[in-house]
Design a protein around this ligand. Sequence first.
Ligand code: ADP
Length: 522
Amino acid sequence: MAQAKKAVAKTSRKQTTRSAVRSAVKIYQNYIGGKWVPSESGEMFEDLNPADNRDIIGRFPLSTSDDVNRAVNAAQEAFDRWRHTPAPRRAELLFRLGEILIANKDRFAADMTREMGKVLKETGGDVQEAIDCTYYTAGEGRRLHGFTTPAEMPDKFAMCVRQPVGLCGLITPWNFPMAIPSWKLIPALVCGNTVVLKPAEDTPLSTYNLVMACEEAGIPPGVVNLVTGYGETVGAAMTNHPALRLIAFTGSTETGRIVASACAERNAICSLEMGGKNAIIVMDDADIDLAIEGAVWGAFGTSGQRCTASSRLIVHKRVYKQFVSKLVEHVKTLRVGNGADPKTDVGPVINADAVEKIMGYIQIGRNEDGARLACGGKRLSRGDYAHGYFIEPTVFADATADMRIAQEEIFGPVTTVLPTNSLEDAISIANGVRYGLSAAIYTQNVNRAFRAMNELYTGIFYVNASTIGAEVHLPFGGTKATGNGHREAGTQVLDIFSEWKSIYVDFSGKLQRAQIDMIETL
Ligand code: ADP
């Protein structure tokens, strides 16, 4: 949702005294037409460390619709040359980009932990995902397969090729601030599009690092343009810009709806990746310790701020008591802290708004829903936690499917355990939410595993693994309120960033009318 972000402290021209005092803070710029430039507004916003909000990571341009116009013009100017550059040549630059990301992985991960909060292992994974995506998708430079097919007339050839969509607007969230931009950027580029990229206001640095790496890789000016700022201004200017043929968005379902409506108004292509309320089903024959490991990783990795987070645990009654007590025991051992500390298991949440929203849901779970708070539930605000956004890993138990905490996306370190009697009941609970991103089952029984695999209406499904952990060469996305039918990653992402052109070549030398002229058979 378009909320007031943590980076609300604007630095305007009027605040020069304050700026002078903080002169050590690095100033960043937009990247437009191959040049690093300030916003025409002259204003900046601050990128803060969610583990310690006294730590100002940098100041980024608080851009306006004029900056978006400039970026779109630059993308327009670069488009013809880029689309005429053979795809294998475009891909060579992307392979070089992959090498630069590898060389800088540790630095980029450290920057990401500082601005986003998740632990270093996970930010390393985020950068690695960008690397994997870059290498895998760059390989498409020598494929981008179309197809040939027989024509219905003699001496006629029929084939289908991919063509670039044109200028693409990419709007990305803060929870995977390098991986998600790369999922959109790399396929857009390999297909021959030029882009305007807007990172989330909470995490501009990681996307800036990605764009810097693009520049270093030699991607020509204007092909990739970066404009930082708020969703309501920069994001809205992009979604409404008539020259952006496609908007690829990842974020909340509420904002996605706004983006989709704006795109529908002007007939733009729109791909959406949005929320989730993902369930792990634990059957009575499951390896319980394995299921608990998966549940803890899925629920509390990235402090639960993943669209694929395991926010519902649907557990068979025969193993329910054992599961909940072992789960709680395990969750209580998780160390909450600064993600830069290698001993930390669970980092902070992203900002003050997130704390308010998550604590609000914890209140709802306790008071309105009446679920049992099995552990956690408190904000941590003393000592080392005093200047950050820390919440205890929280487990609600004995919940029912209709409760708000079992229906709504909390996007924080909170999971809800629901008892079930049977696989059929578990499947019905798992499907009984508005989202359809990911689901999992823990069972040793192949029939149950396949039944669940068939019946769960989600875009991703795991057997004996958590709801998180997608790999870049398989399509990623979800059903219902999670998406609008597109899939990122895999080769399927090419269907977002290219359009099919069907080509007929008639070499008969005469008029042949499809569906009208009857061809004689032998
Ligand atoms: P969250 O609530 O998790 O921050 P959002 O969906 O609000 O997620 O944000 C995802 C991305 O969408 C961010 O880059 C944000 O700036 C952008 N955004 C927010 N509001 C709008 C809007 N009205 N139009 C376009 N983009 C927006």
